[in-house]
Write a protein that binds this ligand. Structure first.
Ligand SMILES: CC(C)(COP(=O)(O)OP(=O)(O)OC[C@H]1O[C@@H](n2cnc3c(N)ncnc32)[C@H](O)[C@@H]1OP(=O)(O)O)[C@@H](O)C(=O)NCCC(=O)NCCS
Length: 249
């Protein structure tokens, strides 16, 4: 129990810049209180104490404004920020490290008794007021924009925005990361300063130089194999990762 609490405190400290200290988090964060009560309610639910589970959940809602059905599965280090108006349905499954803001509904659209609420994979962020409706999965590290209404699956890493939600997949970062991996370095914070033309230009130059350096290395290796490589030319030391870090900082 204390391990869970410590994890919860740490994740709030990491994800809420407004969090000032442990005492403040313990006493003033309804998301923390709601999750503690949910753990109790869920344990009762699993033991077959259904009414007691519902009753604890009801008090949790009364005290925090966050309604989590006792049957819902909530992972570790989940942060419900502000929380008022959050509703999490019975068959919802919230993965580890998810962040949920106020007014979010993880709801169902059918009256059947089976799985009818969404599953959030690890690291999903659900913006304020978003509604995710149905028994589909929102993929790992996906983001749901505030006030979006999501009615179908969201792929990992994608962003869902609008009503009904449009899925936006940022392939720029993935393409650049794949290119960078081929060249033997890892693109650094590719999305951080996308709007800054100078930064974009510098990153492009670094990518280009890394590619050139790799080609020169290959030519030198070929010349070396032919025995015509002048010994005076040493290995080029081009640290693309370091340069990318310098641009982004
Ligand atoms: C969806 C979200 C994750 C996108 O963030 P982002 O990738 O940084 O996107 P940007 O802010 O650069 O916006 C990209 C485009 O989407 C639009 N957009 C952003 N958020 C949107 C939303 N929730 N609904 C509809 N459109 C949205 C922007 O207007 C912009 O449109 P444009 O390209 O035509 O100018 C973010 O806007 C969001 O909603 N986060 C939730 C935050 C939250 O709920 N905070 C609560 C704190 S209490």
């Amino acid at each position: 129990m204390f391990r869970h609490l410590r994890e919860d405190l740490n994740c709030i400290r990491e994800r809420d810049p407004a969090a000032r200290g442990t005492f403040e988090i313990l006493t003033c964060y309804p998301g923390l209180h709601a999750l503690a009560l949910h753990r109790l309610a869920h344990a009762c639910w699993q033991q077959g104490l259904l009414w007691l589970g519902r009753w604890i959940s009801h008090w949790g809602r009364f005290l925090t404004g966050i309604e989590i059905h006792p049957g819902a599965k909530i992972g570790r280090r989940v942060f419900i920020d502000h929380g008022m108006g959050v509703v999490i349905g019975e068959t919802a499954d919230v993965g580890d490290d998810c962040t949920i803001y106020q007014g979010v509904t993880l709801g169902g659209t059918s009256l059947g008794t089976g799985k009818r609420h969404p599953t959030l994979a690890r690291g999903v962020v659900v913006g304020a007021g978003a509604k995710i409706l149905g028994p589909f999965t929102v993929g790992e590290n996906a983001r749901v924009g505030s006030n979006a209404v999501v009615v179908r699956e969201v792929p990992p890493g994608a962003t869902a925005m609008g009503i009904p939600a449009r899925i936006i997949q940022d392939t720029t970062a993935q393409v650049r990361e794949a290119q960078a991996a081929k060249l033997g370095f890892s693109a650094y914070a590719v999305t951080q300063a996308r709007d800054d033309p100078l930064s974009v230009a510098l990153h492009s130059l670094i990518d280009h130089s890394a590619e050139q350096a790799q080609k020169i290395d290959a030519i030198m290796a070929a010349l070396d194999r032919l025995g015509v490589c002048p010994e005076s030319i040493g290995e080029a030391s081009f640290d693309a990762r370091r340069l990318n870090e310098l641009v982004d900082n």
